[in-house]
Every structure is written in structure tokens, then in C-alpha cells.
Design a protein around this ligand. Structure first.
Ligand code: SAM
Length: 393
């Protein structure tokens, strides 16, 4: 007589699950020898049971990772040894924090902040707490004394690494501001309850006076364009509000699918639809110029974009391409190029008044002044202010 209540499906579950795909793809690329990442296996549930991904996915994962790693490395060099902050939005199971914390620039990391849905942050926190190596690198010279978990297991605060839950589609003033910019116990406002301020002072979690890099790795496409614009703009405004002469450069790196209005894109969208995933945030971006322009329109002074196809063609050294070719047989190069042509990395930077360009170490691989390059879409509104990450191999 009485029907059991139907479970209301959670419309965000398929979006959160995309993190699993990304993490398993990374695990596969590591196991096949494309990438080195000693941390990813600890963040993938039942890692030992995961099957390798197709060569095309392994290569795409390699190029995405290599391109973004190169830009992050360039950003740290641009800061010229100064302390920096990195904020990763929709961080999922990303391991970049541990790779940096155990790398040559570790001492530059003042804060590394990750944001994702609560379900994903709590899963990641459980994995971190279970793993000795991940735990040891949370900040403060490897000591775990200053690590606090709260918010029902969804918030982790440590001297350097911090993980918070938020829905990035909510207005930043009510979702991010209480976590990142409030001068009072930020974590308490984030629902952390039993968390103390690790620094025991009144500084906000995110300082507008430190060089800061925002990472949007495969996340904006899941949000509607107005929401993602508001999100990016909110960060820019926060840095614009820094006291005079105390401001710091703000950089952003965005990785995502684009140009989905062609036949390939339509197939991709249909495939995702069958998994209840849609990509409203990719819709307006039909060429590289539109990706750069998004960053400019949000307040960045210079912006550039490059497809993964061009990363492979122009920025991976021939010797490295040979090494990759020996890892797995890839017979469909045309198909690979078609797929890679629909993924792009875009990046932009804004400098505060009085910032001396070239103040950092503009060595090769930095976000240095550009020459004119084919197939890399660059726009600058600020004279002389073009920075590029890559040197062709
Ligand atoms: C494809 S995964 C990418 C994960 C990671 N950035 C990487 O590249 O490996 C997308 C991530 O963005 C998160 N995400 C998507 N929309 C979000 C939102 N509105 N608020 C918070 N996180 C979101 C998902 O939960 C997921 O972890």
C-alpha cells in the first residue's frame, strides 16, 4: 500500500565522481611510466584493482600535467624566492601540494589551499590521515602537531596545507569569503566548529599581499559561465583591494575542454550526458581567443591559451616524445590530435601598481616576456606585460 520513499538522486554526485576519473587516469599514467607521482595511489580507493587507461588518455593526462606543472614552476620562479600562496579550486584528489612540498620550491609555500565539495574533501582527508607520507608533509617541517580536522571531517587545517568544503557555484561572498578572507576564525564560519586557528592570530587564510596562484583544473566547465566569472572576479577584486603598495601579483591557470560546438564536441557532450554530467561552463568557449578573453574580462592584465595538441607538438622535447612513444603503442595519431585539440590550458596574470616586472627570477620556464608565437593565443592589455611559460624544446 505504501510505496517506499524514492531516494532523491543527488544531481551533484556525477560531478563529484569526475574526480575519480581524473585520479584513476593519473594513476594509470604513472603506472605506465608517463609521469612520476609517488602520492596518487594513496588517494585512489582500491588503487591496486584499477585497470590501466587507454594510451590516448595516458598521453592526455601526461600533457595536461606537464603543461600545468611547468606553469606552476614558472610562477614560483617569477616570485623569485618570495613566499607564495596557491589556491586550487575543485582540487579533487590532486597531488600537486605533496609534489611541491617535497620539491625544490617547498620553502616558498606559505599557504596551499584546496576547495571542493564536502563529500570529496572528507574522502581526501580520510586518505591523507591514513597515509604517513601524505601526513608528514602538511607543513611545519613535517610535524603533525598542528594539524586540525573538523567540520565533521570535511575541513583540514595545517600550517601550510588547508582543505575546505564549499560549493563554488554559491556566491563567493557567502561561500569563500568566510573561509578565505575573514579575519576571525575562518574555519569556524566554514562549519568546522571544533577547529582552532592554526596560526593563532587574526590574519585571513588568504593574504592579498602575497603572490598568489589560482588553479582551476577541470572545474569551471561544470559551472554556469556567470557563476565561474563571479568566482574568478571575486579573487581579482580581493587582490585589487590590497593596501596601496602592498599588493602582490595574482596568477590563474585554467584547464578545461573547449570548442565543443563541433562534431567531436557534440559526441563528447552526449557521452557525458549519458552519465548525467553537463558542461555549461564550456559552452561560450569556442576558440583559444575566448579562453584568454575570459581572463582579461575578469581583470587579468595578460592572458594566453594553448591547446594540449600544441603542447605536444611544440613544447615537449623530441627526446621526451621518443620516450613516450616507447611506452605504449599508439596507432591513431589523428584521433589523438583531434582529442587534444579540444583541451586547453589558459593562464593570466595581473600585477599590482608598482610591481617591478622581472623582479623574480625570469629564467627559462618562467612567466617571462614573450616573443610572438604561432598557435598560442596571447592578449595583453598592459604594455610589455606578456608572460609565457613555455620554451619550445
Ligand atoms: C574533473 S575533477 C578535477 C579534479 C582536479 N582538479 C584534477 O584536475 O585532478 C573536478 C573536480 O571539481 C569539483 N567541483 C566541480 N564543481 C564544483 C563545485 N561547484 N564546487 C566545488 N567543487 C566542484 C568536483 O567535485 C571534482 O573534484
Amino acid at each position: 500500500m505504501f510505496e517506499p520513499p524514492t531516494k532523491i538522486p543527488d544531481p551533484d554526485a556525477p560531478i563529484r565522481a569526475t574526480d575519480n576519473d581524473a585520479a584513476i587516469a593519473r594513476l594509470s599514467a604513472v603506472r605506465k611510466g608517463y609521469l612520476i607521482d609517488p602520492y596518487i595511489a594513496a588517494l585512489v580507493p582500491r588503487a591496486h584493482l584499477q585497470q590501466p587507461r587507454a594510451p590516448l588518455i595516458n598521453i592526455g593526462t601526461y600533457l595536461r600535467s606537464r603543461g600545468i606543472d611547468h606553469l606552476v614552476d614558472g610562477w614560483l620562479r617569477l616570485a623569485g624566492g618570495r613566499k607564495v600562496q596557491i589556491v586550487s579550486l575543485g582540487a579533487g584528489s590532486d597531488t600537486r601540494y605533496w609534489r611541491l612540498a617535497n620539491g625544490p620550491h617547498a620553502a616558498q609555500l606559505q599557504r596551499y589551499i584546496e576547495i571542493d565539495f564536502a563529500e570529496n574533501t572528507s574522502r581526501k582527508i580520510m586518505s591523507i590521515r591514513k597515509n604517513r607520507v601524505l601526513n608528514a608533509a602538511l607543513g611545519n617541517g613535517g610535524s603533525a602537531d598542528n594539524v586540525f580536522v573538523g567540520g565533521g571531517g570535511t575541513v583540514l587545517r595545517a600550517p601550510v596545507y588547508n582543505l575546505f568544503p564549499a560549493d563554488l557555484r554559491s556566491p563567493p561572498a557567502t561561500s569563500l569569503a568566510p573561509i578565505l578572507t575573514s579575519r576571525s576564525a575562518a574555519a569556524g564560519n566554514a562549519g568546522a566548529g571544533d577547529i582552532h586557528d592554526v596560526d593563532d592570530d587574526e590574519r585571513p587564510m588568504l593574504s592579498p599581499t602575497l603572490p598568489t596562484l589560482l588553479l582551476f583544473e577541470c572545474v569551471l566547465a561544470y559551472m554556469d559561465p556567470a557563476g565561474s566569472d563571479a568566482l574568478v572576479r571575486w579573487f581579482v577584486d580581493y587582490f585589487v583591494s590590497a593596501p596601496p603598495h602592498a599588493g602582490a601579483p595574482l596568477g590563474a591557470i585554467v584547464y578545461e575542454m573547449f570548442k565543443l560546438n563541433d562534431a567531436f564536441g557534440r559526441v563528447m557532450l552526449n557521452n557525458l550526458k549519458s552519465r548525467n554530467v553537463s558542461l555549461p561552463g564550456a559552452e561560450p568557449y569556442r576558440d583559444l581567443a575566448s579562453l584568454s578573453r575570459r581572463l582579461l574580462d575578469s581583470g587579468f592584465a595578460t592572458a594566453q591559451a594553448v591547446t594540449l595538441r600544441e603542447v605536444r607538438r611544440r613544447y615537449v622535447e623530441p627526446r621526451e616524445l621518443q620516450r613516450l612513444a616507447q611506452l605504449e603503442l599508439l596507432d591513431e595519431v589523428e584521433e589523438l590530435e583531434l582529442v587534444l585539440d579540444h583541451y586547453a590550458i589558459s593562464w593570466g596574470v595581473r600585477f599590482p601598481e608598482g610591481w617591478r616586472e622581472g623582479g623574480g627570477d625570469n629564467a627559462k620556464g618562467g612567466w617571462e616576456k614573450t616573443r610572438k608565437r604561432r598557435n598560442v593565443h596571447s592578449i595583453a592589455r598592459r604594455q610589455g606585460g606578456m608572460w609565457v611559460p613555455y620554451e619550445p624544446g
